[in-house]
Design a protein around this ligand. Structure first.
Ligand code: COA
Ligand code: AMP
Length: 629
């Protein structure tokens, strides 16, 4: 049995040997040859440059061929519709091959993009796998995003087809998706050739003649499609994520490196084995859903749970325990905010005792910092190990974790434990120099990034370099800050840029500022993330009005809330607006957002020497100090 230290050392000292060994877990059409890493064009690196495979084959077909066809592949548990449905691997294969045929019949070929805008229904997973099957590139857009955000993604990905559903269900409210989709297509310059619409009985939608087709009718007429061989370096999907400025960034995931890395993570981070029941209570619209609802559990031959519900309110704070007990869940992965929501409704954990949790082995949390209070509550009431692990859309799997399948380590609350093999994690100061243990700095990763991480941004190599690689040549910047302690444990304390994390959802304050600046009464504004007991962070806007404007705070607030809901989506959880006389700025006119954030977080924030009007900051201080609610 190797230790974490040995594996980690080997992964950095002999990355090609390390990942060549890991690649044996994947079935290749053309196995990786001599070259495991193509490092000929830094800062661009490609893993398994000579290999060929198909991700869908690895996630579905090969388990059927190996005799596991009758094992449950996917369990759909939907308290919001009162439905449960199980798909065996054989059934999933039939559905996926049929939908791959629908896409093929609609003219979708290898390399074409398909946007998927769907709630948490099995058809969404089927659509993702069907794309992978024919080498099409899916781009799933989270259902909580509004038409404008969807349109931006349609224009960037230029999909040949869009797959959507007539509606989603939020606890007990039906959210009609189809009008949002229609509006997004109106707003976008690029028009898809076809939209396949899953009609849900809660709100069937009218279809557009000549463009929309009904999912069920198309499936009934479909010719099943076989797996198409793709290069390991071909894109599997694009997932848009929030950056500091500009439109959303199209994170690209390749096929081969992704499959190898996710399979490795299942075994050695999550300690999962074929046949285990694995539940990531997230949404397929986020990276956690891509990696750990869909691809990783299926690549490993586990049963994955697809849960269309919330941690509370569907119907109560015992929902997670019910799902674990009913389906024999071994591993649960969710965001700390879900546990804060459960704790708020059931502080003593009394609902836990109602369920048999004997199958449950380990709880993994990510998406935002796991605050020690939530860690202790979960540890005390759930009884399993509780693992905080840190990663982001860009990496696709954990940068730091407690490697439960390799060598479980002592937990330090507040720490994501150790860097995962393959990640050469450093903490640096603003000059890019490594800081001492215990000192906070920016967390960066020395290139090359391991398999599974983004090779670039969709059709935008320059933005990839500008956003992540140019500040400290040779290093990828994570956008997070923190430190390593004397034992090497990594503490990730929060973003150092204008990205915020609202209930585990990653959002850009810059985008919110753009929307607010479009209001006719607004001269300028700053949006910062402030602490929130339930959601971790929520956005708060400070607005300077145009000269002569007489709008009052309440009216402005409700108009801005409506704008943000309309253009970004309800998921922004935007509720707080203050009209102020001025915003603190540097002499060159840059708004001091970092200083504002620091004061709102209760830090003893130094006043920058470049400040133009210290009075503006002092006037804002009481408001900022009360910002954390
Ligand atoms: N489709 C449409 N609307 C959605 C949506 C979706 N998929 N997801 C969220 N929304 C809407 C909600 O209905 C809500 O709208 P409202 O303001 O009109 O009420 C708004 O977006 C905010 O939603 P949410 O962040 O879910 O807040 P909440 O108060 O409804 O619930 C929690 C709070 C903590 C229970 C909830 O955020 C949660 O379950 N979080 C789990 C975290 C998670 O899965 N993170 C993913 C990354 S791991
Ligand atoms: P996303 O790309 O949506 O997965 O969001 C990634 C961001 O969430 C990271 O850059 C961090 O800011 C934050 N994050 C995710 N997991 C953790 C964690 N375990 N601890 C601290 N922050 C986290």
């Amino acid at each position: 049995m190797t230790t974490y230290a040995e594996e980690y050392r080997r992964s950095l000292g002999d990355p090609e040997g390390f990942w060549r060994d890991a690649s044996a877990a994947i079935t290749w059409v053309k196995a990786p040859g001599e070259r495991i890493l193509d490092a000929s064009n830094p800062p661009f690196y490609r893993w398994f440059p000579d290999a060929e495979m198909n991700t869908c084959y690895n996630a579905v077909d090969r388990h059927v061929e190996a005799g596991r066809g009758e094992q449950a592949a996917l369990v759909y548990d939907s308290p919001v519709t009162g439905t449960q449905r199980t798909y065996t691997y054989s059934e999933l294969l039939r559905e996926v091959a049929a939908f791959a045929g629908v896409l093929r019949g609609s003219g979708v070929e290898k390399g074409d993009r398909v946007v998927i805008y769907m709630p948490m229904v099995p058809e969404a997973v089927v659509a993702m796998l069907a794309c992978a099957r024919i080498g099409a590139v899916h781009s799933v857009v989270f259902g909580g995003f509004a038409a404008h955000e969807l349109a931006l993604r349609i224009d960037d990905a230029a999909p040949k087809a869009i797959v959507s559903a007539s509606c989603g269900i939020e606890v007990n409210r039906v959210i009609e998706y189809k009008p949002i989709l229609d509006r997004a297509i109106d707003l976008s310059e690029h028009k898809p050739g076809v939209c396949v619409i899953l009609q849900r009985p809660q709100a069937p939608a009218p279809l557009v003649d000549g463009r929309d087709v009904d999912w069920a009718e198309a499936m009934a007429a479909a010719e099943p499609a076989e797996c198409v061989t793709v290069a390991a370096t071909d894109p599997l999907y694009i997932l848009y994520t929030s950056g500091t400025t500009g439109g959303p960034k199209g994170v690209v995931r390749d096929n081969g490196g992704h499959a190898v890395a996710l399979h490795w993570s299942m075994a050695y981070i999550y300690g999962a084995r074929p046949g285990d029941v694995y539940w990531a209570a997230s949404d397929i619209g986020w990276v956690v859903g891509h990696s750990y609802i869909v691809y990783a559990p299926l690549l490993m031959g586990c049963t994955t749970i697809l849960y269309e519900g919330k941690p509370v309110g569907t119907p109560d704070a015992g929902a997670f325990w019910r799902v674990i007990a009913e389906h024999g869940v071994n591993v649960l992965f969710t965001a700390p905010t879900a546990f804060r929501a459960i704790r708020r409704e059931d502080p003593s954990g009394s609902l836990i005792a109602k369920y048999d949790l004997s199958s449950f082995r380990c709880l993994f949390l990510a998406g935002e910092r796991l605050d020690p209070e939530t860690y202790h509550w979960a540890r005390e009431h759930v009884g399993t190990p509780v693992v905080d692990h840190w990663w982001q859309t860009e990496t696709g799997w954990a940068i730091a974790a407690n490697p439960m399948g390799l060598e479980p380590m002592v937990t330090k609350p507040g720490s994501a434990t150790m860097p995962a093999p393959g990640y050469d994690v450093r903490v640096v100061d603003s000059e890019g120099q490594e800081v001492d243990r215990g000192v906070d700095g920016e967390i960066v990763i020395r290139l090359p990034l391991p398999p599974g991480c983004l090779p670039t941004l969709w059709q935008d190599d320059d933005r990839y370099v500008d956003s992540y690689l140019s500040r400290y040549p040779g290093y990828y910047i994570t956008g997070d800050g923190g430190h390593r302690d004397a034992d090497g444990y990594l503490f990730v304390m929060g973003r150092v840029d204008d990205v915020i994390n609202v209930a585990g959802h990653r959002l850009s304050t810059g985008t919110m500022e753009e929307v607010i600046a479009g209001h006719p009464d607004v001269a300028e504004c700053a949006v910062i993330g402030v602490r929130d007991e339930l959601k971790g962070q929520v956005p708060r806007a400070f607005v300077v009005l145009k000269a002569g404007s007489t709008i009052d705070n309440d009216t402005l607030r409700s108009e801005l809330v409506a704008r943000i809901r309309d253009q970004i989506g309800a998921v922004a959880s935007f509720h707080s607006v203050d009209i102020v006389a001025a915003l603190p700025k540097t002499r060159s006119g840059k708004i001091l957002r970092k200083t504002m954030r620091g004061i709102a977080d209760g830090h003893d924030e130094p006043i920058p020497s470049t400040i133009d009007d210290p009075g503006a900051l002092e006037a804002l201080r009481p408001l900022l100090s009360s910002a954390a609610n």
